[in-house]
Each structure stands twice: as structure tokens, then as C-alpha cells.
Design a protein around this ligand. Structure first.
Ligand SMILES: Cc1cc2nc3c(=O)[nH]c(=O)nc-3n(C[C@H](O)[C@H](O)[C@H](O)COP(=O)(O)O)c2cc1C
Length: 278
């Protein structure tokens, strides 16, 4: 291959396009009905997954692409049952009903193949076994995360939109998907990505300030988010942070009500000005 180094101006240009795609990637749960897509486009999306980094270059995943309308309805049934279980089995999670999946042009299911953990660093004796085994699970999941992210970014770059559903990785849902799609026991559905044409443009989403998450050369305790702030997020902020199209929570009309005593913490660079740690 030729020299892949780029000049500063080309790099600046590339970053502009790159961050544009990154920022435009949105979890969208409403798609235009009645649309179709070519397999050629879906293969371009899969190609992005193929180039994801994976532990020890094991490429420890497969992607099942569902583009047949009948199969899509059967996958939808699995996820409707999954949503119903969420209502009953988890604590007040603000999930939306998954009927929107009927309007997808395709559904990509990323399957993790746990056998490849054998290629990650494995312990020489039982003394270290737990430490390396646990880390290998993390390496596997992080690899799948990279693949899902690449899929979502490629989807965005192609003018489509998607969501990232972790629902599917639960044992029950995985079993249902396995029965439907026919993959062997060593594989598990970790990410399910419904893809479609967005019903409306969802330009943005809540994000905390950049400086709040960046620590230079060591952990800055003034940026630690106190436990009570996490609790407040779970009980008061979560559904708004998940679904609203406004990045800066300070601009929410009802910011005072939603953020309460944690308004400053959510919107400033230092949520923990005292820098005390638990
Ligand atoms: C690991 C992971 C699991 C997720 N699981 C779900 C899910 O099951 N259902 C869903 O609707 N969104 C899911 N999401 C999407 C998040 O809710 C979404 O990324 C977040 O609210 C930020 O919104 P944005 O993606 O539009 O920026 C998941 C995201 C990640 C990274």
C-alpha cells in the first residue's frame, strides 16, 4: 500500500466529516414505513463491522442481516416479548415499545463467539485464572462494542439511521433468537441494530460537557460524579436524557425541575467542586 500519512489540512477535513458522522449517529426508534434497501448497501455496512478492532484480531463475531420481511416480523415478535419482560422484570426502565421495528429495512444482529477467548491472554496457573478469565470476557464484549459502533456509523454515513439494542443478550431473548436464526450455542446475540430511514431528523442528544469527562494526566476528583447525582439521574433525568434532542441540559425548558439540586453538577465542568471522593 502507498503512504497513508495525510497532510494537516487533509486531516482537519477528514476530522470534520468524521465527527459529523459521529455526532449524527443517533439512536432512532421511529422509521419511515414501506422503504426497502439493496443488499449492496447492507454489505457496505457489514464491511464497516469487518474492519472493527477485535482482541487478538480474532474477529470474534458474526453478523446476521435480516432483510426478509417475514423473518423481520419474527424477529420483531422476539423483541415484543423482550419489551414485555422488561416492563415486568426490571426497575422502571424507560424503554419504548419495539413495534417500530416493523418499519426497518433490515435488522443486523451481532453475535459474539466466546470460543475466541482462547486467543486472548490466558493464565499460566489457577492463581491468575480468574483475573484473566474476567478480563477476557471484557475483551470479548469490548470487541463486539467496536463492531456495533462501526455498523451504526456506517448506517449514519449512508443516510440511514439505527438503534443499538442490548436487549437480545439476555438469556431468554438470546434463546428465542437462536431458535429463530439457528446459530450454535457458542454464539450469543449481543447487539441488535434495527436500521431504517428516519421518520424525522434527530439532530442531537444530551451529552455532558466535554471538560467534565476529560482528566489530564491523572484523575481529577472535582470531575467525580457523586453517588447522589447518579441516583438523581436514574430516578429523575434518565428518560429525558435518553430521548430528548437537545445536547445541553441547561437549555432544557424544564432544566430546573429535571436536574433539581444537581443542575450545576450536570451542566458544569466540575460536578464535585469539593474534590472529595467517597
Ligand atoms: C451497550 C448499549 C446498549 C443499549 N441498549 C439499548 C436498548 O436495549 N434499547 C434501546 O432503545 N437503546 C439502547 N441503547 C441506546 C442508548 O439508549 C443510547 O445510545 C443513549 O440513550 C444515547 O442516545 P444516542 O445513541 O441517540 O446518542 C443502548 C446503547 C448501548 C451503548
Amino acid at each position: 500500500m502507498g503512504d497513508r500519512r495525510v497532510s494537516n489540512s487533509t486531516a482537519a477535513d477528514a476530522y470534520t466529516h468524521f465527527i459529523e458522522v459521529i455526532r449524527r449517529r443517533r439512536s432512532v426508534r421511529r422509521f419511515e414505513p414501506g422503504r426497502r434497501i439493496e443488499r449492496e448497501v447492507l454489505l457496505k455496512i457489514a464491511e464497516a463491522a469487518r474492519w472493527a478492532p477485535t482482541g487478538a484480531n480474532t474477529q470474534c463475531f458474526d453478523v446476521v442481516i435480516v432483510d426478509d420481511p417475514d423473518m423481520r416480523e419474527r424477529v420483531l415478535d422476539v423483541f415484543l416479548a423482550q419489551s414485555n419482560r422488561l416492563i415486568d422484570h426490571v426497575k422502571g426502565f424507560p424503554a419504548v415499545k419495539k413495534t417500530y421495528m416493523t418499519n426497518t429495512v433490515a435488522i443486523v444482529i451481532v453475535l459474539a463467539d466466546a470460543r475466541w477467548k482462547a486467543a486472548f491472554p490466558n493464565a499460566t496457573s489457577t492463581e491468575w485464572e480468574r483475573e484473566y478469565q474476567e478480563n477476557n470476557e471484557r475483551i470479548l464484549l469490548a470487541s463486539i462494542g467496536a463492531a456495533v459502533q462501526n455498523v451504526q456509523l456506517a448506517v449514519t454515513a449512508m443516510g440511514l439511521t439505527s438503534a443499538w439494542l442490548s436487549g437480545g443478550g439476555e438469556d431468554t431473548t438470546n434463546r428465542d433468537l437462536q431458535a429463530l436464526l439457528g446459530y450454535p450455542d457458542c454464539l450469543r446475540a449481543i447487539g441488535t441494530i434495527p436500521i431504517g430511514y428516519p421518520e424525522k431528523d434527530l439532530a442531537s442528544r444530551y451529552r455532558r460537557p466535554l471538560q467534565q469527562m476529560v482528566h489530564w494526566n491523572g484523575y481529577d476528583a472535582s470531575k467525580f460524579r457523586p453517588d447522589a447525582m447518579v441516583t438523581h439521574y436514574v430516578s429523575e433525568v434518565r428518560p429525558f436524557a435518553m430521548y430528548r434532542g437537545e445536547e445541553d441540559a441547561a437549555h432544557w425548558e424544564d432544566a430546573d425541575k429535571r436536574l433539581g439540586p444537581w443542575r450545576e453538577a450536570f451542566t458544569s465542568d466540575t460536578p464535585n467542586p469539593s474534590a472529595k471522593l467517597p
